[in-house]
Design a protein around this ligand. Structure first.
Ligand code: HEC
Length: 223
């Protein structure tokens, strides 16, 4: 009996005080790590950062291009291309995008759609909806989106065969929602949605381009 007692005393890793100290240190360590991660995450998701552009990005062209290094598509901010032809200041852009975001919340778009992958799966994901080729050309897109949001039940613009219900969205709300959707499409989402074919919004090819494409066409012959 006395032998077992001595043994338990010598097993330091089984002692109560050891585990009490461990619990305190692990909790304290986790708190420090979580505080660090919280600040790091807030930095990554705040508009105006590297991954989530400032709201005035709606003044520019946004594309979604395959990046060989990262092995998935990334948003590419292009030349100036103001939404509805009107360049906005950072404050104006923020106010418009916020109004659009509030509209998506008030009308509960997530009841049917996913935004950045969150929500319901009844209707298409809206993360890159701004870049959807179903809007036609980049010139007609803005107005088409506004018309669609105001009268969606009259239009069926994709192939899933379901129609969106009329949510009583005003023109002002629709325009703000389009601003929100444009801004959202500029967010770097690590390649989500994957394999998305964006609307063609390239400018007409410059004069030098035919030479380059002639080279490309000649390449297979050389092989
Ligand atoms: C009751 C379900 C429902 C709700 C709520 C809803 N939608 Fe839809 N939405 C749909 C369906 C179904 C489609 C596909 C119809 C189509 O493509 O014609 C769709 C299509 C769309 C599209 C085109 C998507 C694409 O592929 O480019 C946009 C943009 C859109 N909705 C925006 C919104 C916004 C913004 C809200 C909230 C204000 C919203 N929807 C709320 C059902 C819904």
């Amino acid at each position: 009996m006395s032998q077992t007692q001595t043994q338990t005393q010598t097993l330091w890793w089984a002692s109560e005080s050891f585990w009490k100290k461990m619990a305190i240190w692990i909790t304290a360590g986790s708190v420090v790590v979580l505080i660090f991660l919280t600040f790091d995450t807030v930095k990554q998701i705040t508009a105006g950062g590297k991954r989530v552009p400032a709201y005035s990005v709606i003044n520019q062209r946004i594309d979604y291009v395959f990046d060989d290094k990262r092995n998935h598509q990334v948003p590419v901010i292009g030349p100036e291309e103001p939404l509805f032809g009107k360049k906005l200041s950072e404050e104006e852009a923020m106010a418009l995008v916020s109004k659009g975001k509030l509209t998506t919340q008030a009308k509960n778009c997530m009841n049917c759609h996913t935004l950045l992958g969150n929500g319901a799966y009844y209707a298409p994901d809206l993360t890159k909806s701004w870049l959807d080729p179903n809007w036609g050309t980049k010139e007609t897109r803005e107005q088409k989106m506004v018309d669609f949001l105001m009268n969606p039940e009259e239009m069926l613009h994709n192939s899933i065969g379901r129609r969106m219900t009329n949510l009583g969205i005003t023109e002002e709300e629709a325009r703000a929602t389009v601003a929100f959707l444009k801004w959202m499409s500029s967010i770097d989402t690590n390649g989500f949605p994957y394999n998305f074919k964006p609307i063609d919004q390239s400018d007409p090819a410059p004069a030098a381009a035919p030479a380059a494409s002639a080279d490309a066409a000649a390449a297979p012959v050389q092989q």
